[in-house]
Design a protein around this ligand. Structure first.
Ligand code: PMP
Length: 414
């Protein structure tokens, strides 16, 4: 189906809600309104059942056994890898490394690639809207190697200024590490353009896709990026599982970062040799049921139609943005032209944590705090924001519940 016709297909969020039993509960005596999918999305029955089926009937350790269950587990795990390859349109399953999540994927690249290759005079470029997971690993590598961290600024809308970003690129830039979508602001970054600019300077590009994969079709070959990291739990899959995509030629040259079982071919006390890709980067027993659940989540999401879902979420975002813009005392933080499913805001006279608590008493779950993006809070000169984020199960009624609960908070804080 073409992107246009998929987007035009009506998206039935009410029906989708039925796939998520957790949403049927009441919280503080009110129907649960879950607006925190950017922190972690809920899992549909299809994912819960896939994990249960695996744990009930097929579990054993992978790769090392000749017995039937071990072969079934290996098949399930490697089948999940093949599913992830298709999800990202990677060339080969050798390019799909299972990790705990986006954080671990970024740390893998930092410690394996950057630590072994970068040194004084080299630069790593990030943006000012990054999650801590895409800041701190690079700071650690800079301390370890003597390379320098550069930061591309954002403007008052929360957009990365492409001209200023380009001006920071030079022959010294070894790696550009950037979010595809900002978790704190919702900004969608022009990743393809950034990849082209970085490559023209000879720099590699890592994309932090944690907030992008639930909302947009990601084709790593189309984007042209060298690495792409994301977490299962923001994609309607389990926690503790994620994917690092890496171009095969790069992964091949990179040293392993953790040692142990499964990542070796031979071990003597004098010397060990390493396994083929991608297992070279997967030391120890992996999260097998997590991978199975992640594959089921990818099936589920693609079954919904990612373009149709994105169009639905965009309608909710526009509706909520319009409503909040009309509310006195509310300031929306992050007004980029191109945003995905995240609405950050403050209410005058009310600390975001108090706001979150009042909304919770109305059954409305939003996130409050710095969203692991303290430099973004500093830039906008706020201690924290309240953040509503949307997923496949959210409806216009959820937006109305948010607005009503904010109205109550307004009465309290006057
Ligand atoms: N990057 C972004 C943009 C995120 O939103 C998050 C999760 N909040 C992460 C990285 C880290 O993901 P995880 O904690 O699942 O590793």
């Amino acid at each position: 189906m073409s992107a246009v016709s998929a987007a035009a297909r009506p998206f039935d969020a009410e029906r989708v809600r039925g796939d998520f039993p957790i949403l049927a509960q009441r919280v503080n005596g009110r129907p649960l309104v879950y607006l925190d999918s950017a922190a972690s999305s809920q899992r549909p029955l299809a994912v819960l059942r896939a994990v249960e089926r695996y744990e009930t009937h097929h579990h054993s350790n992978v790769h090392r056994g000749v017995h039937t269950l071990s072969q079934a587990a290996t098949e399930a795990f490697e089948g999940a890898r093949a599913r992830a390859r298709r999800f990202l349109n990677a060339r080969s399953t050798r390019e799909i490394v299972f990790v705990r999540g986006a954080t671990e994927g970024i740390n893998l690249v930092a410690q394996s690639l950057a630590r072994s290759r970068f040194g004084p005079g080299d630069e790593i470029l990030i943006s000012a809207l990054e999650h801590h997971a895409n800041i701190v690993p690079w700071q650690m590598v800079c301390a370890q190697t003597g390379c320098t961290l550069k930061v591309a600024p954002i403007d008052r809308r929360g957009e990365v200024d492409f001209e200023r970003l380009s001006a920071l690129l030079s022959a010294r830039t070894r790696l550009v590490a950037m979010a595809h979508v900002s978790n704190a602001l919702g900004t969608v970054l022009p990743i393809k353009r950034i990849v082209e600019a970085a490559h023209s300077c000879g720099a590699l590009v890592l994309v932090d896709g944690a907030q992008a994969v639930p909302h947009t079709v990601v084709d790593v070959r189309e984007l042209g990026c060298d690495f792409y990291a994301f977490s299962g739990h923001k994609l309607y899959g389990p926690t503790g599982i994620g994917v690092l995509y890496g171009r095969e030629e790069l992964l091949e040259e990179m040293p392993p970062w953790q040692g142990g079982g499964d990542m070796i071919r031979t071990v003597t006390f004098e010397k060990s040799t390493y396994n083929d890709l991608p297992w070279k980067f997967e030391a120890g027993t992996p999260n097998i049921s997590g991978a199975v659940g992640l594959a089921a989540a990818m099936d589920y999401l693609e079954g919904l139609g990612i373009e149709a879902l994105a169009a639905h979420e965009h309608r909710l975002l526009e509706l909520a943005t319009g409503e909040l813009e009309r509310m006195p005392g509310i300031e929306i933080i992050g007004t980029a032209a191109h945003k995905a499913a995240v609405l950050s805001f403050t209410m005058r006279g009310c600390h975001p944590h108090d706001l979150g608590t009042i909304l919770d008493s109305e059954g409305v779950a939003i996130r409050t705090g710095h969203h692991c993006a303290m430099p973004v809070m500093t830039f906008f000169d706020v201690p924290a924001t309240a953040r509503a984020s949307f997923g496949c199960y959210n409806t216009e009624a959820d937006v109305r519940a948010l607005v009503a609960a904010l109205g109550k908070a307004r009465e309290v804080f006057g």
